[in-house]
Ligand binder design. Sequence first.
Ligand code: SAM
Length: 240
Amino acid sequence: THFGFQTVDEAEKAARVAGVFHSVAARYDLMNDLMSGGLHRAWKAFTVAQAAVRPGMKVLDVAGGTADLARAFARRVGPEGEVWLTDINASMLTVGRDRMIDEGLVQPVALCDAEKLPFPDGYFDRVSVAFGLRNMTHKDVALAEMARVLEPGGRLYVLEFSRVWKPLGPLYDLYSFQVLPRLGARVAGDEESYRYLAESIRMHPDQETLKTMMEEAGLVRVRYYNLAAGVVALHEGWKP
Ligand code: SAM
């Protein structure tokens, strides 16, 4: 059965992702800090350092949500540069946009799907996506779009949950399936969204698979850094 171009499963996934982020937008940052013990800040800082954004650059943050990366990039591009904060979810984007404005950062914002980016080929020097690829229905399409909008020599950064170092697996499972949903219930009043989070992390491609997917999207010199024993990985790829 089809809903337009999407199968029912895919449409369900997209609707579910939308529901999760409308539901968690308000308490999103608090939950990030609690769930990761504040580590997500270090992972994002590492991403910003690797991206080496310079004054005058054009940067796109895909699935930018509450704008943690976009805000850091916006401080680096200077008056000549541009940082586009984009997300498919209006609730998340509104939180991110307001936060940019509160910090005096005036940058463009766009509500759009990563699978269909409203930018011309080769427009950006850097593209980033933090904890967003996992939620996308067609990751190959989204990666190809991100590669398309990069100019030759430009770089894509994908920060995402990945495959944890094997000996830590049982501990990580305990945390994800026992602790995390309870934390979600108590703090965000939303156990289901955090159960979905744990499941979506398990389904996401591991380090090597994502590396291959980025190469298939046309990127070169693809490499990755494991962070927190592979709980998270930062992948980098260059547009040839
Ligand atoms: N990048 C932010 C961060 O690191 O804090 C937000 C990450 S949040 C876990 C995931 C974001 O992905 C949500 O804001 C959600 O709306 C967005 N998202 C999910 N599917 C998307 C899609 N197809 N296109 C663009 N954004 C999407």
